[in-house]
Design a protein around this ligand. Structure first.
Ligand code: CMP
Length: 147
């Protein structure tokens, strides 16, 4: 069945001019870009979005990174979108991705474990939460696709 997932081109992806290449990969891989918005996130927004990481030592650095410039937030639609987008972006640690998944998006534009240039929802639950976090109107579409 068709699914929606949340994709983010992080500040390093935008400032490194990787947006067009990333969008080309998305479209060539059969996704449709259902919704998109370019936003400069506030620290409170990043804190709420990444609430599950709020107790981690890397959290202050993550907030600084994610507020350092604009991000492109997209809702992607495709059969098996959640797992397929995670496969396309590759491992969280871009340094490892360059070795183990050289064709992945993070290998192409990421730098390390933190500066990994893109985000993808890791489960159906995360996708539903993350999509409705940024695009409350998309949630009804998400529920329809699941039904
Ligand atoms: P993302 O997949 O968006 O989910 C949380 C983000 O936190 C992750 O990508 C990285 O940008 C960052 N991150 C995860 N683990 C670490 C870590 N150990 N050290 C620094 N940053 C991390």
């Amino acid at each position: 069945a068709a699914e929606l997932t949340l994709a983010i081109v992080k500040p390093d992806g935008i400032s490194g001019n990787h947006t067009n290449s990333i969008k080309n990969i998305i479209l060539q891989s059969g996704f449709t870009i259902h919704t998109q918005a370019t936003l400069h996130l506030h620290q409170h927004t990043v804190t709420a979005f990444y609430a599950e990481h709020s107790t981690k030592t890397f959290f202050p650095s993550l907030v600084k990174y994610m507020t350092s410039g604009p991000v492109l937030i997209m809702v992607l639609e495709k059969v098996n979108a959640i797992a397929d987008w995670r496969t396309l972006i590759g491992p969280t640690d871009a340094r490892k991705a360059k070795i183990t998944h050289p064709d992945s998006i993070r290998a192409m534009c990421g730098e390390d474990l933190e500066r990994n240039c893109v985000h993808g929802s890791d489960s159906h639950e995360s996708a539903a939460r993350e999509i409705s976090f940024f695009f409350p109107d998309s949630l009804s579409v998400f529920m329809l696709l699941l039904s």
